[in-house]
Unconditional design. Structure first.
Length: 102
């Protein structure tokens, strides 16, 4: 059984919009994630997507991220870095690596 997804919106300390996800993003909830992501980037300014509470992304979640990659600053759980790197997301979006966090 997957971990239920919860989504929270707000503002990052630097003022940018923030979308924080916790749980697993898979085919059962990717529509909600995609809707929240599209709403967050609607203003056309970079959005911080906090994925530190996410342990699993399926291909639908990667597709949702790709659709908005140029507007995203991702803060991933270290477990997600191989997936983000292999998919090419690290070349399209800003991805904060855990070893560079303050």
């Amino acid at each position: 059984m997957s971990t239920p997804l919860t989504l929270h919106t707000g503002h990052h300390p630097d003022g940018r919009p923030l979308l924080a996800a916790h749980g697993e993003i898979d085919m059962t909830n990717v529509a909600a994630f995609n809707t929240a992501l599209a709403a967050a980037v609607a203003e056309g300014i970079p959005v911080v997507v906090d994925l530190t509470g996410v342990e699993y992304l399926d291909s639908g979640a990667i597709t949702a991220l790709f659709a908005h990659a140029e507007h995203l600053h991702l803060i991933p759980n270290p477990l997600l870095l191989p997936t983000l790197t292999t998919s090419g997301m690290t070349m399209l979006a800003t991805v904060e690596h855990p070893d560079t966090r303050p």
